[in-house]
Write a protein of this length. Structure first.
Length: 421
């Protein structure tokens, strides 16, 4: 286990016992009460680099990241194996072989004389290997089961679209959940004045227990699980949990360009065109009458910043709308070549963009050795150069994201809503 392994387990336990998320200061305070000696900076760093945590950031007008504006959500990429539950062979798959009703806490078998034909053993040889890979093998059952539930929207009941569009004619016989869809997606503007439910009422609780086979221990946390799933799959860039309310700043695109006018940050116009230029490593500045200098991040004398979602290498692949960063070096003829891809002489480097990105996020002043065509080079993140120490030469390197258009965002969000609702 890593140096922070014990703290990771403690944070996961606390989050899962509290409905899957907590404000960052409250979570850190709880860890300190458990006699953890980790500093607040080290704690935040651990949260950021650990894949099983999602840091949901609050609004920061000055661009600073403050602990009081953040919350932490627990997550995992583990899923139940659908083939196993349907009795079909799946080979050596990377999914858990578990009874779904055991996960819900309502399996009729396994507790009596008649055994369930599906596994109730989280620590079977197959499941334990997967849990170890995710560093979840030390969690107790009561902490692990909620984590699996809130990480996989396929395990949760569907939200009723008829209820959200006006009224549900099925009334008490409806098998879907009556909750405000906008609240679950973090977009409800009405708060406590909303005429749709933001929590599951007593009638729905009984129906979910009786008709959907969910245990009484799980149902009270369902609205939290739905909300947390929404955090994973939304384009919410910043969120602040204050006094029990969620005041989120939403933006459709997974990136946002802003200029500081001396008092506050304001959105720049033509943001999609600006992003398209930035994603091209050959561009040092944007086009237009008022170009943005990408090297100094300025527009004339004004400061410019680019806000974006978390790097794709820090999250499991099923979380959508992360930022896919790519690393380039300047080739022999002035063209920009991505690390790990072939150059004009059909040679590739020994490291890829993903490898560099992971190293960069862990240490932004690190150096990395890279081999290409039998020659060894040293990459410096501090000054963004690749050097040949033997021949005393150097090449510029650049870190730029893959371009994501508004149309692509809308298409991917539509696909996610199909799974969630």
């Amino acid at each position: 286990m890593s140096r922070c392994g014990g703290e990771v387990q403690a944070v996961l336990r606390e989050l899962c016992a509290r409905g899957g998320f907590m404000p960052l200061p409250e979570l850190y305070g709880q860890l300190r009460r458990e006699r953890c000696s980790m500093s607040e900076d080290d704690f935040c760093s651990m949260i950021l680099r650990t894949p099983c945590f999602l840091l949901v950031r609050g609004p920061q007008e000055d661009g600073a990241l403050r602990a009081e504006d953040c919350a932490v959500v627990a997550r995992t990429s583990l899923r139940l194996c659908a083939s196993y539950m349907s009795g079909e062979p799946c080979g050596d798959c990377g999914r858990l072989h578990l009874c779904k009703h055991f996960l819900y806490g309502t399996c009729r078998f396994g507790k009596g004389r008649k055994l369930c034909k599906f596994s109730h053993d989280l620590h079977s040889e197959h499941n334990l290997q997967l849990l170890r890979e995710e560093n979840l093998h030390l969690l107790r059952e009561q902490h692990l089961l909620p984590l699996l539930l809130q990480s996989d929207p396929q395990l949760l009941p569907k939200v009723c679209l008829h209820y959200n569009k006006g009224s549900c004619t099925f009334s008490s016989s409806c098998t879907k959940v009556h909750l405000c869809m906008h609240f679950l997606q973090g977009r409800c503007m009405f708060g406590h004045k909303c005429n749709k439910l933001h929590d599951i009422d007593e009638v729905s609780r009984r129906r979910l227990q009786e008709d959907r086979g969910l245990s009484g221990e799980i149902v009270p946390f369902l609205s939290s699980y739905f909300f947390n799933v929404g955090c994973f799959h939304s384009t919410v860039l910043f969120c602040s949990f204050l006094a029990g309310d969620c005041r989120q700043v939403h933006f459709l695109l997974p990136y946002r360009w802003q200029r500081f006018d001396g008092d506050s940050w304001a959105d720049l116009p033509d943001m999609e065109d600006l992003e398209r230029d930035f994603c091209d490593p050959s561009q040092s500045e944007s086009g237009g009458d008022w170009p943005v200098d990408f090297q100094t991040m300025t527009q004339n004398s004004w400061r410019v910043r680019r806000l974006s979602t978390v790097s794709s290498v820090m999250k499991p692949p099923h979380y959508t709308l992360t930022t896919e960063w790519r690393w380039f070096y300047k080739g022999e003829h002035g063209t920009w070549v991505e690390y790990g891809k072939m150059d004009e002489k059909q040679r590739s480097t020994s490291v890829s963009s993903d490898t560099l990105e992971k190293t960069f996020l862990l240490n932004k002043t690190a150096t990395v050795d890279v081999v290409k065509g039998g020659r060894t080079y040293v990459i410096s993140f501090e000054d963004m150069y690749q050097r040949n120490l033997k021949h005393k030469t150097k090449r510029k390197i650049r870190r730029r994201p893959r371009f994501v258009s508004r149309a692509e965002v809308e298409q991917r969000l539509a696909q996610e809503r199909v799974h969630m609702f």
